[in-house]
Design a protein around this ligand. Structure first.
Ligand code: ADP
Length: 210
């Protein structure tokens, strides 16, 4: 596409941070403002994420927005291309569950003049960069990195703690865990633990987690 034909409106906004940091809330807030402005909005989320509702984006505080579940990037592309009225805004939640091919599709959307708002975890439960997120962060016009509250110390949480049966998870476990009895907590860097490091906690902190 020649540069002159690109719309000035196209941009990528990434909302990132650990679980409970308010990414979905912020995504829903931006979607609602676009709807108030009577813009055409497409909201999609990975079908794998059906924790609350298959066709809603839901925040941990209960706010919702209607969303189309898509199995992956090809289905997202198909949903976008089949719109009768072109979308001005495309909001995507839980983008860490999409494959690396999401980046090229988002670039195509942005070059077509779409404002893309992508929310997702920057780090996985091990504290490692999560999937396509680092790539999206590098390409974004705007990044909002949110933090949560550490459940151990009340400080700034930038990490997502996975617990299995109440214990810190093994770093060798799968990055995406479906249907297991896992639980997640927001934690700061100091209190984020993997099973190997369990002995590093003091008695008081260990009691705070029990
Ligand atoms: P995310 O999409 O980042 O997981 P949500 O938007 O779904 O976050 O949820 C954010 C909400 O989660 C907060 O407004 C608050 O009500 C709730 N919450 C629960 N635990 C925590 C925590 N440890 N730190 C911050 N917010 C929390």
């Amino acid at each position: 596409m020649p540069p002159g034909s690109r719309s000035a409106e196209g941009r990528l906004e990434v909302i990132t941070g650990p679980m409970f940091s308010g990414k979905s809330e912020e995504l829903i807030r931006r979607v609602n403002r676009a709807l108030i402005a009577r813009q055409e909005v497409l909201v999609c989320k990975p079908a794998a994420d059906d924790r609350y509702h298959p066709s809603q984006v839901t925040s941990h505080s209960g706010r919702t927005a209607k969303a189309i579940p898509v199995a992956g990037t090809p289905e997202l592309a198909a949903a976008w291309r089949s719109l009768e009225v072109p979308a001005q805004v495309i909001a995507l939640d839980e983008v860490q569950f999409f494959g690396a091919d999401l980046s090229a599709l988002i670039s195509e959307m942005v070059e077509a003049g779409v404002r893309v708002i992508a929310a997702g975890l920057d780090l996985d439960f091990r504290g490692e960069p999560f999937g396509v997120l680092p790539d999206l962060l590098a390409r974004a016009e705007q990044i909002d990195k949110l933090s949560a509250i550490c459940v151990v110390c009340g400080g700034t949480a930038t990490r997502t703690q996975r617990l299995l049966g109440g214990e810190p998870a093994d770093p060798n476990g799968p990055v995406v865990l479906v249907g297991a009895s896992e639980r997640y907590e927001a934690r700061c860097r100091q209190h984020h633990q993997l099973v190997r490091e369990r002995g590093a906690l003091g008695g008081q902190e260990a009691a705070a987690q029990a």
